[in-house]
Design a protein around this ligand. Structure first.
Ligand SMILES: Cc1cc2nc3c(=O)[nH]c(=O)nc-3n(C[C@H](O)[C@H](O)[C@H](O)COP(=O)(O)OP(=O)(O)OC[C@H]3O[C@@H](n4cnc5c(N)ncnc54)[C@H](O)[C@@H]3O)c2cc1C
Length: 403
């Protein structure tokens, strides 16, 4: 009987453990945290956006996406839905394609995975960190214990969310066997700005249109929540842009986020509307006129930026047009992301062209496998990262058991 070590008890490691154990293999999973699946528990705001009905290759970033193609072909949405149903976990599929457990509780996903792993006899060792692997697949644990295995699956995740277990040990193990690591970068993460204005508007959340500018060129466009904070920009639309922003920052490109604070309005119509409110109410200050459309903190920051006296009552059309232009195209220079601690996921990782795209086995070391976020694949927000984690864990297990 093959004796398998799985390093990491997150999404990819647990599915791999269940499948190998189900096939009768002797499976030991090592998890450094006191419990498995900490990221599963907090995912999707505690609901776990488990996968997505619309999985496409363009939803993923990475140097070589053949591993993603394999998952889309052999363990795509339907297969994932059926797989979870086979474990007894039904999914709710939302109109936008996002899928959640029927209970809408992330804990039910983790409970089912742990129950299935136990049912098939996988040994789960929590609070046990693997310190290193050596040739011959000798695993040394942090407590000094040393054990030999026939196969090793590295499911140790990425550097993202260090408070939940994110670290670099998977990369170090890969490097030991001669693998190359594409530089990791934080993704689905808040952005830091050097501008003083996000701080002035701190706490304001608005539905806006945002455009990512890289070296002044429009790179990506989003509509959704933007939250101004003391450090810069947050909110779901900003997280969605952060993948490309973070990649650009890694290359030291100039990154700006341009915000349209009133996206539903045509520029001419908006200018006429503001001018009419001012004309019909000559005693209103500029601040009061704009406050009919925008939160006060935003109005004050914008007028400060444009160097306009907020107590003034003089609003000619030229001034109105200047205000309208800026409030629909206000750029904030981005200096960095908030970093790995706050990132939901990480881009970069073990180069996937050094991995067999069908089996997830290392091309450098037979019997060694990589699954999940430790690989240089990152998905967008919406269940795509779990889709990759489950898919790689499942297909790797099929390869190990010889299917
Ligand atoms: C706040 C938050 C919300 C998220 N929400 C969603 C969502 O709704 N939908 C979605 O698709 N994705 C979501 N993600 C991303 C998703 O959680 C990850 O992509 C996914 O968990 C990756 O699975 P993995 O198995 O590769 O790694 P992980 O889940 O990170 O598991 C790796 C495990 O390995 C352990 N480990 C590391 N090194 C060692 C070692 N040396 N020895 C022993 N154990 C080790 C770690 O402690 C960890 O438990 C979210 C992430 C975060 C942080």
């Amino acid at each position: 009987m093959k004796n398998i070590a799985i390093i990491g008890g997150g999404a990819s490691g647990l599915v791999c453990a269940i499948e190998c154990a189900k096939a009768g293999l002797d499976v030991t999973l090592f998890e450094q945290n006191d419990k498995c699946g900490k990221k599963i528990l907090v995912s999707g705001n505690g609901k776990c956006n488990i996968t997505n009905k619309f999985l496409h290759i363009e939803d993923f970033e990475g140097e070589d996406k053949r591993v993603v193609e394999t998952i889309l072909q052999h363990f795509g949405f339907k297969d994932q839905q059926e797989y979870f149903a086979s474990l007894g976990l039904l999914l709710q599929v939302k109109e936008d394609g996002k899928c959640y457990p029927y209970s809408m509780e992330a804990k039910s996903v983790l409970d089912i995975l742990l129950a299935a792993a136990a049912q098939y006899g996988a040994k789960i060792k929590t609070g046990v960190k693997v310190a290193k692997i050596e040739k011959g697949f000798f695993l040394t644990l942090e407590n000094g214990e040393r054990t030999k295995f026939d196969r090793v699956v590295i499911a140790a995740g990425s550097k993202a969310a260090s408070h939940l277990g994110g670290n670099e040990s998977g990369y170090a193990m890969a490097e030991y066997f001669g693998h190359t690591i594409n530089k990791p970068y934080p993704s689905l993460v808040q952005l830091l700005s050097t501008s003083k204005y996000p701080k002035m508007m701190s706490g304001v959340k608005i539905d806006a249109e945002i455009t990512l500018l890289v070296n002044g060129v429009k790179e990506q466009h989003m509509r959704g929540d933007v939250l101004f904070t003391d450090y810069g920009l947050s909110g779901l639309a900003v997280l969605d842009l952060s993948q490309k922003a973070s990649e650009a920052l890694l290359h030291s490109y100039a990154v700006d986020v341009q915000v349209n604070l009133l996206p539903g309005w045509n520029q001419t119509h908006l200018a006429s509307h503001i001018a009419a409110v001012a004309k019909n109410n000559p005693s209103y200050t500029i601040e009061t006129v704009l406050h009919t459309l925008l939160p006060l903190k935003v109005v004050r920051a914008l007028l400060d930026f444009l160097d306009i006296d907020r107590a003034s009552r003089q609003m000619d059309m030229k001034l109105v047009k200047r205000i309208v232009f800026r409030l629909q195209r206000w750029s904030f220079a981005i200096s960095d992301t908030k970093g790995f601690r706050y990132a939901e996921v990480s881009g970069g990782g073990v180069r996937t062209n050094e991995i067999d795209p069908y089996t997830f086995e290392s091309k450098k070391q037979k019997g060694l496998y990589f699954v999940g976020e430790v690989l240089d694949v990152v998905g967008r927000r919406g269940g795509y990262n779990f889709a990759f984690a489950w898919g790689s864990g499942y297909l790797c297990a099929q390869a190990i058991i010889g299917k």
